[in-house]
Design a protein around this ligand. Structure first.
Ligand code: ZN
Length: 170
Protein backbone atom coordinates (compact mmCIF):
# COMPACT_ATOMS: atom_id res chain seq x y z
CA UNK A 1 0.00 0.00 0.00
CA UNK A 2 2.73 2.35 1.04
CA UNK A 3 4.63 1.44 -2.06
CA UNK A 4 1.67 2.17 -4.27
CA UNK A 5 1.18 5.65 -2.93
CA UNK A 6 4.86 6.25 -3.27
CA UNK A 7 4.79 5.13 -6.85
CA UNK A 8 1.76 7.32 -7.48
CA UNK A 9 3.56 10.30 -6.12
CA UNK A 10 6.56 9.53 -8.24
CA UNK A 11 4.37 9.19 -11.31
CA UNK A 12 2.65 12.49 -10.74
CA UNK A 13 6.02 14.07 -10.25
CA UNK A 14 7.11 12.78 -13.63
CA UNK A 15 3.80 13.80 -15.13
CA UNK A 16 4.30 17.35 -13.91
CA UNK A 17 7.69 17.39 -15.56
CA UNK A 18 6.03 16.29 -18.75
CA UNK A 19 7.95 13.03 -18.97
CA UNK A 20 4.99 10.71 -18.67
CA UNK A 21 2.55 13.30 -19.96
CA UNK A 22 4.12 13.24 -23.41
CA UNK A 23 4.19 9.49 -23.46
CA UNK A 24 0.59 9.40 -22.34
CA UNK A 25 -0.48 11.65 -25.18
CA UNK A 26 1.34 9.56 -27.75
CA UNK A 27 -0.20 6.45 -26.37
CA UNK A 28 -3.69 7.83 -26.38
CA UNK A 29 -3.28 8.70 -30.07
CA UNK A 30 -2.25 5.15 -30.75
CA UNK A 31 -5.18 3.91 -28.77
CA UNK A 32 -7.50 6.11 -30.81
CA UNK A 33 -6.11 4.66 -34.03
CA UNK A 34 -6.44 1.20 -32.65
CA UNK A 35 -10.00 1.92 -31.69
CA UNK A 36 -10.87 3.22 -35.14
CA UNK A 37 -9.35 0.18 -36.79
CA UNK A 38 -11.26 -2.01 -34.40
CA UNK A 39 -14.35 -0.18 -35.52
CA UNK A 40 -13.61 -0.89 -39.19
CA UNK A 41 -12.98 -4.47 -38.30
CA UNK A 42 -16.36 -4.66 -36.70
CA UNK A 43 -18.00 -3.30 -39.82
CA UNK A 44 -16.28 -5.89 -41.96
CA UNK A 45 -17.10 -8.77 -39.70
CA UNK A 46 -20.76 -7.74 -39.68
CA UNK A 47 -20.85 -8.07 -43.47
CA UNK A 48 -19.08 -11.40 -43.51
CA UNK A 49 -21.22 -12.60 -40.67
CA UNK A 50 -24.32 -11.74 -42.74
CA UNK A 51 -22.87 -13.57 -45.72
CA UNK A 52 -22.14 -16.54 -43.56
CA UNK A 53 -25.60 -16.54 -42.08
CA UNK A 54 -27.13 -16.32 -45.57
CA UNK A 55 -25.10 -19.29 -46.68
CA UNK A 56 -26.03 -21.12 -43.53
CA UNK A 57 -29.70 -20.45 -44.16
CA UNK A 58 -29.40 -21.92 -47.64
CA UNK A 59 -27.52 -24.90 -46.38
CA UNK A 60 -30.30 -25.46 -43.92
CA UNK A 61 -32.94 -24.95 -46.54
CA UNK A 62 -31.31 -27.54 -48.74
CA UNK A 63 -30.75 -29.87 -45.84
CA UNK A 64 -26.99 -29.97 -46.31
CA UNK A 65 -25.98 -28.00 -43.22
CA UNK A 66 -23.84 -29.79 -40.71
CA UNK A 67 -26.05 -31.01 -37.92
CA UNK A 68 -29.08 -30.84 -40.19
CA UNK A 69 -32.07 -32.73 -38.92
CA UNK A 70 -35.61 -32.54 -40.21
CA UNK A 71 -37.94 -31.30 -37.53
CA UNK A 72 -35.04 -29.61 -35.78
CA UNK A 73 -36.26 -26.34 -34.29
CA UNK A 74 -33.65 -24.29 -36.12
CA UNK A 75 -34.51 -26.03 -39.38
CA UNK A 76 -38.19 -25.23 -38.99
CA UNK A 77 -37.42 -21.63 -38.10
CA UNK A 78 -35.31 -21.17 -41.21
CA UNK A 79 -37.79 -23.03 -43.39
CA UNK A 80 -40.57 -20.75 -42.25
CA UNK A 81 -38.48 -17.70 -42.91
CA UNK A 82 -37.89 -18.89 -46.46
CA UNK A 83 -41.48 -19.71 -47.18
CA UNK A 84 -42.33 -18.10 -50.53
CA UNK A 85 -44.40 -14.98 -50.09
CA UNK A 86 -47.56 -14.38 -52.11
CA UNK A 87 -47.40 -15.72 -55.60
CA UNK A 88 -43.78 -16.83 -55.31
CA UNK A 89 -43.69 -20.41 -56.51
CA UNK A 90 -41.90 -23.27 -54.80
CA UNK A 91 -39.79 -23.34 -57.96
CA UNK A 92 -37.04 -21.43 -56.29
CA UNK A 93 -34.38 -22.49 -58.78
CA UNK A 94 -34.14 -19.72 -61.30
CA UNK A 95 -32.92 -16.76 -59.33
CA UNK A 96 -29.24 -16.24 -58.61
CA UNK A 97 -29.51 -17.54 -55.08
CA UNK A 98 -31.15 -20.63 -56.50
CA UNK A 99 -28.21 -21.36 -58.77
CA UNK A 100 -25.77 -20.95 -55.94
CA UNK A 101 -27.79 -23.11 -53.62
CA UNK A 102 -28.18 -25.78 -56.27
CA UNK A 103 -24.47 -25.77 -56.98
CA UNK A 104 -23.76 -26.16 -53.29
CA UNK A 105 -26.17 -29.07 -53.19
CA UNK A 106 -24.66 -30.80 -56.25
CA UNK A 107 -21.16 -30.34 -54.91
CA UNK A 108 -22.24 -31.73 -51.58
CA UNK A 109 -23.84 -34.76 -53.20
CA UNK A 110 -21.15 -35.59 -55.73
CA UNK A 111 -18.09 -34.32 -53.88
CA UNK A 112 -15.26 -32.34 -55.29
CA UNK A 113 -14.84 -33.13 -58.99
CA UNK A 114 -11.38 -34.53 -59.66
CA UNK A 115 -11.11 -33.90 -63.36
CA UNK A 116 -12.79 -32.31 -66.34
CA UNK A 117 -14.95 -34.77 -68.27
CA UNK A 118 -14.34 -32.91 -71.53
CA UNK A 119 -10.56 -32.37 -71.69
CA UNK A 120 -9.44 -34.56 -68.80
CA UNK A 121 -7.67 -31.75 -66.96
CA UNK A 122 -7.01 -32.53 -63.30
CA UNK A 123 -8.50 -30.15 -60.77
CA UNK A 124 -6.40 -27.65 -58.87
CA UNK A 125 -6.90 -24.55 -56.82
CA UNK A 126 -6.85 -21.44 -59.02
CA UNK A 127 -7.37 -18.04 -57.45
CA UNK A 128 -8.72 -19.58 -54.26
CA UNK A 129 -11.25 -21.65 -56.17
CA UNK A 130 -11.32 -25.23 -57.37
CA UNK A 131 -10.75 -25.30 -61.11
CA UNK A 132 -13.32 -28.01 -61.89
CA UNK A 133 -16.96 -27.04 -61.63
CA UNK A 134 -20.22 -28.84 -62.11
CA UNK A 135 -21.85 -27.73 -65.32
CA UNK A 136 -25.55 -28.16 -65.87
CA UNK A 137 -26.25 -30.35 -68.89
CA UNK A 138 -29.86 -29.63 -69.74
CA UNK A 139 -29.80 -25.93 -68.91
CA UNK A 140 -32.91 -26.47 -66.83
CA UNK A 141 -30.94 -26.65 -63.60
CA UNK A 142 -32.73 -29.73 -62.42
CA UNK A 143 -32.17 -30.97 -58.96
CA UNK A 144 -31.05 -34.17 -60.53
CA UNK A 145 -27.50 -35.42 -60.15
CA UNK A 146 -27.46 -36.91 -63.65
CA UNK A 147 -28.00 -33.42 -65.04
CA UNK A 148 -24.55 -32.28 -63.94
CA UNK A 149 -21.04 -33.01 -65.21
CA UNK A 150 -17.64 -31.89 -63.99
CA UNK A 151 -15.94 -29.45 -66.34
CA UNK A 152 -12.93 -27.18 -66.03
CA UNK A 153 -13.68 -23.49 -66.30
CA UNK A 154 -12.74 -23.05 -70.02
CA UNK A 155 -14.72 -26.18 -70.94
CA UNK A 156 -17.62 -24.97 -68.81
CA UNK A 157 -17.70 -21.63 -70.62
CA UNK A 158 -17.48 -23.35 -74.01
CA UNK A 159 -20.13 -25.86 -73.01
CA UNK A 160 -22.56 -23.16 -71.88
CA UNK A 161 -21.98 -21.24 -75.09
CA UNK A 162 -22.61 -24.31 -77.23
CA UNK A 163 -25.74 -25.18 -75.29
CA UNK A 164 -27.10 -21.68 -75.69
CA UNK A 165 -26.52 -21.85 -79.44
CA UNK A 166 -28.26 -25.20 -79.74
CA UNK A 167 -31.24 -23.79 -77.84
CA UNK A 168 -31.33 -20.81 -80.21
CA UNK A 169 -31.34 -23.12 -83.23
CA UNK A 170 -34.17 -25.11 -81.77
ZN1 ZN B 1 -11.82 -29.08 -69.54
Amino acid sequence: MKHTSETKALLSKYAQRGVIGMKGKKHSKETREKMSSTHTGKKFSTTSRKKMSDRMKWEWKLGIAPGFKKGNKLYLKIKNRFRPKGEASPNWVGDDIGYTALHIWVRKQLGRPEKCTACGKIGEIVKMRWSIQYANISGEYKRDLTDWRPLCIPCHVAFDKKRKQSIDIR
